[in-house]
Design a protein around this ligand. Sequence first.
Ligand SMILES: Cc1ncc(COP(=O)(O)O)c(C=O)c1O
Length: 212
Amino acid sequence: MNSELNSLYEKFNQYKDMNLSLNMARGKPGKAQLDLSNNILNPELLGNYKSEDGTEVRNYGVLDGISECKRLYSEILEVPEKNIIVFGNASLTIMYDYISQCMVFGAGDKPWAAQQSIKFLCPVPGYDRHFAILEHFGIEMVNIPMNSEGPDMDMIDEYIKDDKVKGIICVPMYANPNGITYSEDVINRFASLKPSAKDFRVIWDNAYCVHH
Ligand SMILES: Cc1ncc(COP(=O)(O)O)c(C=O)c1O
């Protein structure tokens, strides 16, 4: 065993000896991270509670989000401000609600719930909670294998000839669990997909776009 590996084992055993009981669930910040937000509502720091257009930000009021916040995310996400809606802090509830709305109201055709045996394409391995949402609504999932560039686009092109295939849900950057980022070629192919279903939707869960 080389010395590098030895020292890794040593470190590993040190952690084991600490007998830690950690909650490793995703999205749980540590206390120090939480404390960073303590001053957010401190008026001395903030000066006032008005946004630049005069909106009182401690109350409801702006359906699509505070404009300063949209501008901030526009830079981070590289998306024009007009295409941004600021919701609450859990994207899973948005994704659930979106699929739910498609089921009830449709996405440019009859409600999905009123169409028989609809399907979604799912790059695998993928994110279990995406799959849980689709499963909950009884949407059949079709596995699309991942390669080092992203999902198998030839296979996707074949599947979307079927108008029962209503969409695909994907994580384009650092896709869990294997960390693959879709190549430019794959993304261009996404942009030029020609699905038979006129209510086809690409759900682009770019959850890790700032995680580098
Ligand atoms: C790909 C992906 N999307 C969404 C989420 C959940 O994000 P949120 O905390 O915004 O619901 C996670 C969390 O692990 C994730 O891995």
